[in-house]
Ligand binder design. Sequence first.
Ligand SMILES: Nc1nc2c(c(=O)[nH]1)N[C@@H](CN(C=O)c1ccc(C(=O)N[C@@H](CCC(=O)O)C(=O)O)cc1)CN2
Ligand SMILES: [Mg+2]
Length: 286
Amino acid sequence: MVISVKLLEGKKVAQALDETMAKRVESLKEKGITPGLAVVLVGDNSASAVYVRNKQRRAEKLGINFQLIRFEESVTEQELLAKIDELNNDSAIDGFLVQLPLPDHIDEDKVNEAISPNKDVDGFTPISVGNLWIGTPMTKPATASGILMMLDHYNVDLDGKNVVIIGRSNIVGKPTAALMLERNATVTITHSHTKNLKEITSKADVLVVAIGRAKFITQDYVKDQAIVIDVGMDRDENGKLCGDVDFDDVKDKTSMITPVPGGVGPMTITALVDQVIELAEGRING
Ligand SMILES: Nc1nc2c(c(=O)[nH]1)N[C@@H](CN(C=O)c1ccc(C(=O)N[C@@H](CCC(=O)O)C(=O)O)cc1)CN2
Ligand SMILES: [Mg+2]
């Protein structure tokens, strides 16, 4: 029997979606609107610097006006909040985000609360989160939104599907649950205190893994023909980039699976730029 596994290639989907997004930017520019995105980067976390550079590259490639605001690791909370206030009131900026993680002396919750929900491209403010859960999202967190955009691209219908998410973070697990619930999936969120994890995950039609542990998910966690979405970005024993899923062990048991790299990661940035364009499009109707 030939088993065919379909790779969910976020990198290729991202490239395919770029064309439509570039057209949307062009059409905005014809109306005198240039979408503006600002990113605030604190300190010198090398991974964060790479992600921000990728955001800048993608934004500029699509014709979005990109502003990078860098602060030293030692920046005070007050200075950071003052910059957020400035960006909230900058009419050239449709949306902005503060790259995470932040240094320990800065209260992430305070930072999120200071961002205007109207410009919250990350969808992390309490008002954005509330709107997401009542099904009236203003903005959507990029990783969760990117996962949905990718599944849509491959015509995966979530209606009635049994979805299990491993990881309950505000950035990935919870917003992915909210968006999939909105698509009429039956969603279970599991986490580090969950008992009998394997028993739960092995019933999942769609398994989303976001735990930050290299190759943790082996085939005994996975139902036959499941769709497996790996949000992890870890290093294996040789220092090579890998996901939370042991790809080689699991892939033949799945119907669809994301690679790492080249799966969810690039879709995160696609969803972010899509969100910026959508906010700029909102300027037309006021
Ligand atoms: N304010 C925010 N901070 C963080 C977010 C976020 O959405 N908002 N998410 C992550 C980091 N992140 C975007 O910010 C991000 C991570 C990874 C990728 C990506 O393209 N990954 C590649 C691999 C890259 C590599 O080689 O290291 C892939 O998976 O193919 C994009 C965005 C935490 N902080
Ligand atoms: Mg959108």
